[in-house]
Structures are given as C-alpha cells and as structure tokens.
Design a protein around this ligand. Structure first.
Ligand SMILES: [Ca+2]
Ligand SMILES: [Ca+2]
Length: 408
C-alpha cells in the first residue's frame, strides 16, 4: 500500500492529455492534486470512495475516473464528505458509470460542498433510495457538468436528483432519462438559486412532476427541454407547488402527459415566469398544456400549441390569473384558454376549433350554421370553409357535426 503522498500525482496538463482527457476543465492549471480511479495502474484506486477517503482535508483534489462501472459497499456509491473535489471521467459519461445496482443512492452531497466540488462527465445509473436516488444534494452547492442521470428510482422524491432548500447546485449540459419517483421523476427541486442550463429531461415518470417538481423554489431553467415525460396525477412535464417562482427561459416542454396539467401544473400560490418557452403537444384530462390552481404564472413571448384535453390548452381555476405578453395560444383542442387571464398585449389567442363551426356567432353550433354552410356549398373559401382548404364541401360538414351544441 502506497502512502497518500506517493499516490498523489501532481496535476500536469501534459500527463492528463496522455490518458485522453474528456473533461472540459482539463488543461487548466486548477491547483487540484490528482488521483486516478480504475484501470490497471499500480497507483490507481479501485473505488471512487476509496480515493475520496484518502484525500487530505486541506487539499483540493482532482479524481480522474477511467472508463468502467463503479459500485461501492457503503450506503451510496459516492459521498463527497464536504471536500473540494473535481470528480471527472477521462472519457465521458458514455463509458463511465456510477452504478447504484438498484440497491443504493449513487451520490450524496450533504456537507456544504461549494461550487469547487465538481462532478463532470459521469453517468449516474440504477440508483435506488427514498429520495435523490441518482444524486441527493441535501446541503451543498456543487457543479454538475455533462452528466447523465438514468434509470434511477426514488420511492419518495427526486428520482434522478433531489435538491433541498439549503442547496444551490449548478447543473449544466446534463440529461435526465427514465428516472422515476413519487414526486419529481427526473428532479425534485426545493431550493433557491439552483440553475439548470441546457439540460434535457425525457421519459421520466412520477405521480406529480413527471420530469420536474419545483417545491417553493426559485430555481432557473435556461435552454432546457422536458419531452415525453408522464405523471399519473399532475404536471406531466413540470409541477410547480408551494409558492414556486421558478424561471423558465428558452425551454421546450412538449409531448408530456398527466391527468391534470399535461405540460405544466401550477398550484398553491406558484407564480413561475415562462419566457420564450414552447409548450406544445402535451395532453391531459384537464389542462393539456397548462393547468393553474390558485396560481398566476406569467408567459412572455411563449408559444402554447397543439395541446389536447377535455377542458383547455390552458385551464385556470380558483384564484388563478395568468398573465400573457406577446404569446401565442393556438391549435389547442378543444379550446385554447379557459378561465380568466390578463392580456398585457401582443398576444395571439386563436378562435377555438369548436367555435369555428359557429358560423353565425350566436354561441351555438346548430341547424342555422348547417344551413348557412349548405347555402355556401361549393364556394371557394369564406367562413363556411371551416378547414380552410379552399372549398366548402363535405369535409367542412364533418368538422361541424362533432362540435354540435354550445360553443365555449
Ligand atoms: Ca351558430
Ligand atoms: Ca373546406
């Protein structure tokens, strides 16, 4: 067994290049000392925790993880123990797995780690725990870069990641794929100040918050996508609760589904702000795109399209009063918006499909509209050309019939 100082290899950029450095920070003189995990080198550690346990408290340490799948005998695969560590793979997340073996959490961060503690280029996979099966940031603010959270299962909160109130990690270029939990399949975020940049959430599932549940959070999501996630109850893509005021900037929330709020559900005084965000092609029983209860989200330069449900593209209840600026609500079925909202200008809110058949505008689709259509039979265009294909014919009648009755 070598001593710690013998194992400690001084950080030399040239040496790191020789083992095919993946990490984006590599090549910088970081001041971190260096340990290596994996591979066959005689100085290399076999487990990541073994390397962490070897670190001198006063020494910022770089731990290079060579390609492989890493387990551990403890309750989690990695516990950073409050140390300043730059944990990164040599060859990227596709070949470097932190594996909970469906038994334990992958990573625990709980001793006030700062942004100088960095995870980079790793896949956290098969974690299993009550909360944060992939990573539980219980008390700390690490950086997480270029990582993948996949197939992690929490029977409580945050399948991929759970971030507590006292924490504010920065998560950049990460993917959350096929994680599940009771709340927050990909992520449960109860923090203030957490930043997610260019992250992707897909195929995650939960009862509430298929991709993400924000709980009393001010977290920011920029250039992120939440696509194809499911919630058996509320918030297929995103579930915002308990006074969440998160910001979503330039995000895409699409093809998610839930019972209530297919794309987004805002409830219990949550007033998030969506800017230049697309909420498209989500589905639910109530609120295909968005559902609000006692919440007043703001939409600035957003597009809400092609969402489906039985109530509206956006449905608002109780004391909700969403605010719309320069936004576009069109092609949602059967209605684009139901419930109150405040129009601060620049918005396009299309006529609901169910009302396009109300040709005389009396609030009902009935025999009078049908007679008007028949009298315009063969016309090239006009309001009777409901499907706007350039001719009034049988296709237009076939749109009118299912919308028979009162129109919202
Ligand atoms: Ca009518
Ligand atoms: Ca037509």
């Amino acid at each position: 067994m070598k001593t710690f100082s013998e194992k400690l290899i001084k950080f030399v950029a040239g040496g790191l290049c020789s083992i095919g450095m993946y990490a984006g920070l590599s090549g910088m003189n970081t001041g971190y000392s260096t340990l290596v995990v994996g591979g066959n080198g005689q100085d290399n550690f076999n487990s990541i925790q073994e390397a962490i346990n070897y670190i001198d408290w006063s020494n910022p340490t770089e731990i290079i993880i060579l390609p492989g799948t890493y387990h551990d005998i403890h309750q989690q695969v990695i516990d950073t123990k409050g140390l300043v560590i730059w944990l990164h793979s040599s060859d990227g997340p596709d070949v470097t797995f932190i594996d909970g073996q469906n038994l334990k959490r992958c990573v625990f961060v709980r001793f006030q780690e700062t942004s100088s503690t960095i995870f980079e280029g790793l896949t956290f996979i098969n974690g299993y725990a009550q909360h944060g099966a992939g990573m539980w940031v219980a008390n700390g603010s690490p950086q997480v870069l270029d990582c993948v959270f996949k197939n992690n299962v929490s029977y409580g909160f945050g399948g991929g990641m759970y971030v507590n109130a006292s924490s504010s990690p920065t998560v950049t270029n990460c993917s959350f794929i096929n994680n599940s939990a009771l709340d927050g399949g990909g992520l449960k975020n109860a923090s203030n100040g957490t930043t997610f940049l260019n992250c992707m959430f897909t195929q995650n599932s939960a009862e509430n918050g298929g991709a993400i549940q924000n709980y009393a959070s001010t977290g920011t999501y920029t250039d992120c996508s939440m696509t194809g996630n499911t919630a058996s109850e509320t918030g297929g893509g995103v579930h915002n609760i308990f006074g969440t005021t998160s910001q979503f900037v330039n995000c895409i929330i699409d093809f998610n589904s839930a019972q209530i709020g297919g794309g987004v559900r805002n409830e219990s005084l949550s007033n998030p702000v969506f800017t230049s965000t697309i909420i498209n092609s989500n589905s639910a029983t109530i609120g295909g795109g968005i559902e609000n209860e006692n919440s007043s989200p703001e939409f600035i330069s957003c597009e809400v399209k092609l969402n489906t449900d039985t109530v509206g593209g956006m449905a608002s209840f109780l004391k909700s009063n969403p605010v719309l600026i320069d936004s576009n609500f069109c092609q949602n079925t059967p209605v684009n918006i139901s419930g109150p909202f405040t129009d601060l200008g620049g918005n396009t809110i299309c006529i609901d499909a169910s009302c396009e058949s109300d040709l005389n505008g009396d609030g009902f689709v009935d025999i009078h509209d049908l007679l008007q259509l028949v009298s315009a039979w063969g016309n090239l265009g006009g309001p009777e050309d409901i499907n706007q294909d350039g001719v009034v014919d049988l296709a237009d009648i076939l749109i009118m019939i299912p919308n028979w009755g009162s129109c919202p």
